[in-house]
Design a protein around this ligand. Sequence first.
Ligand code: NAD
Length: 430
Amino acid sequence: MCQLSRHSKIEVVSMAKERSAYGVALEQLRLAAERLKLESGIHEMLKVPKRSLTVSVSIRMDNGGTGVFNACRVQHMDARGPFKGGIRYHPNVTLDEVTALSMWMTWKCAVMDIPYGGAKGGITCNPKTMSKGELERMTRRYISMILDIIGPYRDVPAPDVYTDSQTMAWIMDTYSQIKGYSVPECVTGKPISVGGSEGRNEATSLGADLCARDAAKRLGMKFKGSTVAVQGYGNVGWNAAKIAFDWGAKVLAVSDSKGGICKKDGLNPYKVYEHKMKTGSVVDFKGAQDITNEEVLETDCDILIPAALENSITRDIADKVKAKIVSEGANGPTTPEADKILFEKKILLIPDILANAGGVTVSYYEWVQNLEREHWPMEEVCQKLETKICKAFDDVYSISKKEKCDMRIAALMLGIGRVADAIKILGLWP
Ligand code: NAD
């Protein structure tokens, strides 16, 4: 009975079709704009990216044929500083998705109070079926085609799904070769040997775990000894599981695109990683039980870290989430319909634009180090990140209490409010 009445309250929203990523981003903007009483002109400006460039990337494939890949770079808003955002390689990349991701980057940089705007890039391809040579040629050709709109003071790319430090090194080299001199500050997430920052690989996950730790404190819980489930076992997921384990949490379940695994007395993330490196997946890990991806999200645990793709926690799954804290390592993993359900269930959700902002923050530190031709030690990077993200967590938490809203709306209000202030103060030219 109780269940039914809760469902009926959210029926109108939940009957709506789950939206595309851009649809979700627009709905989030609308909700925050309403609370902020945002000027309609600024709201209109923020709904659409300032610039979107689509290109067709043609390369020589290993078999002698020609591969043609659709790609884009979307630059949402640069009122607070140069555009910044990752590049994604995935078969499902669309302009819609990349536009949403660019918008979230704008809010994220503003929430963290770092001087960047938001951008994102993507190539629709299946990197799992491509050789290293094909990936290199595709990356270099793509960069040469968007070269005019990127650069250290224009738009600084970084890694995202299925791109890594090697991809960033190819980007730096392509950009530098065309310019005729070395420009490490044109891209972040590079290997340390060519100007990468200490701690960049783990930064997103460290941020997500720091936010979960601070959320646990607010709920009167301890991170040490808590139970954790992680969806996705790539850069963000595996590092989040590893750090949680190192801090004394018990990692009950993890997953990747092939499925999930769980173990009641806890998994060793290092061993799971070794297994994934050997077999290509976390599934069939010795001593663990294979489960579905949904079951990982529904694990009875204290902290859930979705670290795969968008729209993972839908309204149906939200109903079954048992965690007390959700720390969004991924971008856009929870739909607005699911947000409402989690809020009603009093689950403390730390939204993507805060929880996974550790990545862009250390990217920013990498850019600063490159511009200054400096290299900071690991402790300095981690300390700076901890100070910055914990401050942002406090700011967002305070707004959520003051406004009696969830942390997502609070973070959007903080980020969008800061961007709107910058737009107002710059004015419109001419
Ligand atoms: P990655 O390519 O390293 O890993 C992605 C992981 O997700 C892989 O393990 C893959 O198997 C898994 N996956 C894909 N589909 C899945 C599914 N349906 N169910 C479960 N797992 C699935 O990518 P990443 O860099 O770890 O990025 C993951 C998420 O974090 C993305 O949403 C990305 O935008 C976000 N993010 C990444 C960074 C960063 O620094 N890498 C920063 C901020 C946000």
